[in-house]
Design a protein around this ligand. Structure first.
Ligand SMILES: [Zn+2]
Length: 151
C-alpha cells in the first residue's frame, strides 16, 4: 500500500500518548505541535476521546481542554513564538475528512505578532467586516441567537 492508501480514520486519535509532535500528555487532553509553514509554533489542544462536537465533551474534558488551551496560549508568548496568540475552534461538519480537516474536536493556538502575515491578509477585508449591520439585519440575527440559548 502507498501511504495515501492506508486507512487512518482519525489522525488525532493516533497522536494520543505518542509521536514526535506530542508536547503535553494530560489526563484527558493532549497538546501537539502542528506543522504549518506559515505560523511557527502553531499548537493544537485535543481531547483524548474522539469527540466530533464540543457539546459532546464532558464537564471534566471541557475544563481540561480550556485550561490547557490557556496554558499553551501563555506558553506561546513566554517562549517568544509570538507577542500574542489566537485561540480558535472550528465546527465545520459540512467539510469532508482530509489531512487538513479532522472531525475530532481541537483548539488551535496560533502565535500572533503585530501586523503579522495573517493580519496582512485579513486587513483587505476589514472595511467590509466592520461595517455596521442595518437595524433589521441585526434584529433577525439576534433573534436567531436568542431563540435557543439558556438564560
Ligand atoms: Zn479522533
Amino acid at each position: 500500500l502507498k501511504d495515501c492508501e492506508v486507512v487512518r480514520p482519525c489522525p488525532f486519535c493516533d497522536y494520543v500518548g505518542r509521536g514526535r509532535h506530542l508536547i503535553k500528555n494530560g489526563d484527558l487532553v493532549i497538546v501537539i505541535a502542528s506543522n504549518p509553514r506559515l505560523v511557527a509554533g502553531h499548537a493544537l489542544v485535543i481531547p483524548k476521546r474522539h469527540v466530533v462536537r464540543p457539546s459532546e465533551l464532558s464537564c471534566d474534558e471541557r475544563a481540561e481542554l480550556f485550561d490547557t488551551a490557556i496554558e499553551v496560549e501563555e506558553l506561546v508568548t513566554a517562549a517568544g513564538l509570538g507577542t500574542g496568540c489566537m485561540m480558535l475552534q472550528n465546527l465545520m461538519p459540512f467539510l469532508p475528512q482530509s489531512r487538513l480537516k479532522v472531525d475530532h474536536v481541537h483548539i488551535h493556538l496560533i502565535p500572533r505578532t503585530f501586523q503579522d502575515e495573517l493580519w496582512q491578509v485579513s486587513i483587505r477585508f476589514q472595511d467590509n467586516l466592520f461595517q455596521d449591520l442595518l437595524d433589521e439585519e441585526f434584529r433577525v440575527i439576534r433573534e436567531k441567537l436568542c431563540s435557543n440559548i439558556n438564560n
